[in-house]
Design a protein around this ligand. Sequence first.
Ligand SMILES: Cc1cc2nc3c(=O)[nH]c(=O)nc-3n(C[C@H](O)[C@H](O)[C@H](O)COP(=O)(O)OP(=O)(O)OC[C@H]3O[C@@H](n4cnc5c(N)ncnc54)[C@H](O)[C@@H]3O)c2cc1C
Length: 808
Amino acid sequence: MKSHTRVVVIGGGVVGCSVLYHLTKFGWTDVVLLERSELTSGSTWHAAGGMHTINGDPNVAKLQKYTVELYKEIEEYSGQDIGLHMTSGLMLAATTERFDWMKSLLAKGKYAGGEATLISAQEAYEMMPLLDPKQFVGAVFDPHEGHLDPYGTTHAYAKSAKKNGAEIYLHTKVEDLVQLEDGTWRVITDKGEIRCEHVVNAAGLWAREVGRMVGLELPVLAMEHMYLITEDMPEVIDFNKTTGKELMHCVDFDGEIYIRQERNGMLMGTYEKDCRPWSPIETPWTFGHELLAEDLERITSELEIGFRHFPAFNNAGIKKIINGPFTFSPDGNPLVGPVRGMTNFWSACAVMAGFSQGGGVGLALANWIIDGDPGFDVFAMDVCRYGDYATLAYTNAKVRENYSRRFSIRYPNEELPGARPLLTTPIYDKLKAAGAVFGASYGLETPLWFAPEGVEDAFSWRRSTDFEAVGREAKVVRESVGLMETSGFAKYMVSGEGSRAWLDHMLACKLPEVGRMALAPMLNDAGKLIGDFTIANLDDEDFLIIGSGIAEDYHMRWFEQHLPDDGSVDIEALNLNLVGLSIAGPKSRDVIAKLTHLDVSDAALPFMAIREMDLGMAPVILGRVSYTGDLGYEIWMRPEYQRYVFDTLMEAGAEFGISLFGLRALNALRLEKSFGSWSREYRPLYGPLEAGLSRFVALKKEASFIGKQAALEEKLSGGTLRLRTFIVEAKDADVIGDEPISYNGEVRGWVTSGGFAHPSGVSVAIGYVPKEIADEIDGWGVEILGEILPARLQPLSLFDANGSRMRS
Ligand SMILES: Cc1cc2nc3c(=O)[nH]c(=O)nc-3n(C[C@H](O)[C@H](O)[C@H](O)COP(=O)(O)OP(=O)(O)OC[C@H]3O[C@@H](n4cnc5c(N)ncnc54)[C@H](O)[C@@H]3O)c2cc1C
């Protein structure tokens, strides 16, 4: 074994081998993979080998497409047969609700060049005669599906990597990992030690245990999973003979099963409701090339539906039952990327669909290791999308929920109940008593809307039971004053003598003067948006930064990676040690004025001013800013004051008719102002000019901030896209996000977010379109539930276009 190398990849499953291959493909050839047993000996060897490109997240779908397209390349390069069968596939819907869901899924794929199409149940039957068309209402046909040999595929990656110079040591178990002062790693194995710069945890079934070697508790859990293989079936042999083709893949969502041809018979697998975690606390190192005990009883109800939907199975004998474990994260997406707080420790685990996603994971991780950036928007897979709330028990509850819902519909307004409530703020019970319907965001219970007595959230693709109430909440803000909780935002305190200079380098904006706030885009080296914050200068050495709650770890990782070594800057994520309330609307100043002796007139406390002051008896930080686009205030306080401040504001606001509002009303209000939000309009896919944020990028400031050169280039070239707002002639449903935008009948862009802008009474879609046509008023269409609806460009914001309301 070598004594030194650049990268050690732990784990020779399909994912580890893909990472190894991609590193060598991009020129890093001094790399090593360590495997405790043989290649594929984790979950890879017993996989059903199915793969497809469709995914609910368009960015993940792109990586799946890349994975599927890669197979030819590695087969040719390595000379290893991977048993590729591109059979194409069907996704079957047995209810109209399911068909609506498929339409939305399909629409998402359109701008990414997805070639899947909607077909009738009869057409599906003609393609796949094993199904009973009477059981279905329709289907999606996807030409890019199939299956392959897991063993051959993993070896093809491994051989290709070796051909490029990588070394693979089998029967070499990593037992410990120690990082040295200089940042390099001692990888201690049962066969000796190897030193390296980077460690990749691709340990699959043991990824949690490898994480624990460095003090990490990764949110990953293995679940048992079963599929059966039938004896030869005459229907299959007949079909093969008469058509010269293999039977295609099917996912039957309502039966919660998938099927495909296996030799002259069929394979049927299921994601059962009565699911079982495997090794919930500790995965035994002694587990080898083994299967788990079969338990057909547990999947009987799913199989019954399967046999009804595919009647030929009733006459088939079962040849083999496979029950094996494989890993999931709480939301079912992989955990990829550098781990926050560690140097050069990389995660490539929880890859539930290794044959659909393994190539993309390898590509993104190799880019990230070599260039410091994944090269794509991989937030949906980023290991940093979870905070410390994702404990062992949380992961267990969420993974079980996710597994049992693998083929379930998730409605756009549906909040899943698993592992809740976990994080709550001091006013949680008060909000609940007022009818709050909560969603969980980054573990925190966050009010979405306030339901009148007897009204519940009914999950739907269309406008639902919350519609009227959300409309009322939004209108109260525009007409008088509303109050909402804002604790779910991320809050960072940056302090120290070097903080001003450091922030000037990290953020693209001009830093505000003491007592002022500014909107602060943050760019990566390529000039793409990796953050949009509000920064407040408290006293030139203390800066409060407010950002997206779900990106707290993601942003902290970036901040910490760039901190100077000399101790001159300190950054802290304040979590729920600082909580927030916000009041907004034309009467909000009157409410604040009742609670302080200070002058809060526009002259004394103008738009974007911030003060440390008392509100009644409570010390707070009060900023004059509101995401509603109205006159408004964000009020930050220690949690022990929140109940008092809440009661005090509600009491003071009573004479003005103050009312509570939630995130859904906030969405309606910000849409009227065309305000973008993180992870929708603002993501690492877009430059600030494209996103309409260039006025907040201080290209003329002296400091050379990260991404300045690229932002200058974007200004010169004009970028390629523009963010635009459209009014859609919607019927009973509004956009959700990712729908295609067409211009003169051709798909030219995509929706980032939208909804019904209640006070204006119109349906709004915000999205990106090519800059050449971005100022055309007419000719637009937006697809909602399979129907292309006419849309019109809204060049100015719908509400208060000159901003006088928030500024006066
Ligand atoms: C029954 C079943 C059916 C499936 N069907 C499909 C399917 O149709 N399509 C699909 O895409 N996916 C399917 N999967 C999932 C698929 O198997 C996984 O996505 C994939 O195997 C994950 O690969 P991996 O490389 O991350 O992990 P693993 O395959 O678990 O590989 C991890 C490797 O790391 C090694 N290792 C661990 N710790 C150490 C250490 N300390 N030192 C050295 N080596 C170590 C292990 O020995 C192992 O070889 C299925 C899974 C099951 C169980």
